[in-house]
Design a protein around this ligand. Structure first.
Ligand SMILES: Cc1ncc(C[n+]2csc(CCOP(=O)(O)OP(=O)(O)O)c2C)c(N)n1
Length: 337
């Protein structure tokens, strides 16, 4: 079974919406799809249908969707261990994503990468990476290539604030600024590096690190998709026109544990804190309220979007469960030593 059964739910980059109303309704649907995708990942893990671990993106959807909306399909992204939302927002199809997570042949890497190693060159996704900070060199190299091949492509490099402890980030920021490379370093500050609050591991400020290299910096409320999109569009346009790299700090929150098996979050953060983010700062609710205020949708219309997205995500899960594993004969293929 190699056919793909559903179109990308979240192909934000493929077809740009023409009107503001369509643009934000589409963004809302993308965020809902990512949220539902992650719910299903948790379910698959709990039912022991998924090998390995996964790190859920729920709560952070406005960052991926807001930024990818401002990219072209031929622009690049690099992603992280918490990468499902990035892949979907850049245009990956949920059925092939689930297939990859379940180790099936129809997956983006023929089931051999799993949750933390999804790449999709057709949508400009150069790959997720299980190594914290592992994609910063790939993103910067892609930006070097994009520039030296005479294209106007831009690269967005997503990473968590835990990657601020990786020396390679400082090596690549130095070169990116020296060579005016078209790369945007997006620090998704979801407050915690595994089980430690970032303020307990980070001296100084996050942006101060990029300022030291003379890189353009910006900080945004990562729960407000319209703010993320606006600021990202400006930085992306700036990079595309040759003005060099930027560093964007997006303050956000992950709703679940560090990974799907991390259920004892009370050891490092309070239930009250979680509740505040989920009720007052939820990116889907915030955009939904704005859509209603603008008269772009009413509550039943938003509910219909959610129901349709749910059906589509459930069909994608079924596709993946029914799909075959790669043949045993290829057990040595794609293995490098
Ligand atoms: C080089 C390296 N060190 C340690 C780990 C183990 N590890 C996996 S995720 C993680 C925390 C990452 O935090 P952050 O970058 O803020 O991303 P988040 O999980 O918050 O999205 C760590 C330490 C790793 N994968 N790679």
């Amino acid at each position: 079974m190699s056919a793909v059964t559903s179109k990308p739910e979240t192909a934000g980059t493929a077809e740009k919406s023409t009107s503001e109303k369509e643009k934000w309704l589409h963004a809302h649907r993308q965020m809902v799809s990512i949220r539902l995708f992650e719910e299903q990942v948790n379910e698959l893990y709990t039912r022991a249908l998924m090998p390995g671990l996964a790190h859920l993106y729920s709560g952070e959807e406005a960052v991926a969707v807001g930024i990818c909306e401002a990219l072209r399909i031929d622009d690049y992204i690099t992603s992280t261990h918490r990468g499902h939302g990035h892949c979907l927002a850049k245009g990956a199809a949920p059925d092939r994503m689930f297939a990859e997570l379940l180790g099936k042949e129809a997956g983006y890497c023929r089931g051999k990468g799993g949750s933390m190693h999804i790449a999709d060159p057709a949508t400009g996704n150069l790959g997720a990476n299980a190594i914290v900070g592992g994609s910063v060199g790939i993103a910067t190299g892609a930006a070097f290539a994009a520039k030296n091949l005479g294209t106007d492509r831009v690269v967005v490099c997503f990473f968590g604030e835990g990657a601020l402890g990786q020396g390679s980030l400082y090596e690549v920021m130095n070169l990116a600024q020296l060579w005016k490379l078209p790369v945007i370093y997006v620090c998704e500050n979801n407050q915690y590096n595994e089980y430690t609050h970032y303020q307990d591991t980070t001296a100084g400020t996050i942006l101060g690190r990029a300022v030291a290299f003379g890189i353009e910096t910006a900080k945004v409320d990562g729960q407000d998709i319209r703010a993320v999109n606006k600021i990202a569009a400006g930085l992306i346009q700036r990079a595309r026109s040759g003005d060099g790299p930027a560093f964007l700090q997006c303050d956000t929150y992950r709703y679940s544990g560090h990974h799907v098996g991390d259920i004892h979050r009370e050891y490092y953060r309070s239930k009250h804190e979680e509740q505040l983010w989920k009720t007052e700062r939820d990116p889907i609710r915030l955009l939904g309220s704005w859509l209603i205020e603008q008269g772009y949708a009413d509550a039943p219309a938003l509910e219909t979007i959610s129901l349709e997205a749910r059906k589509s995500i459930e069909a994608a899960v079924k596709f993946a469960i029914d799909a075959p594993y790669p043949s045993v004969s290829e057990v040595d293929e794609d293995v490098y030593a």
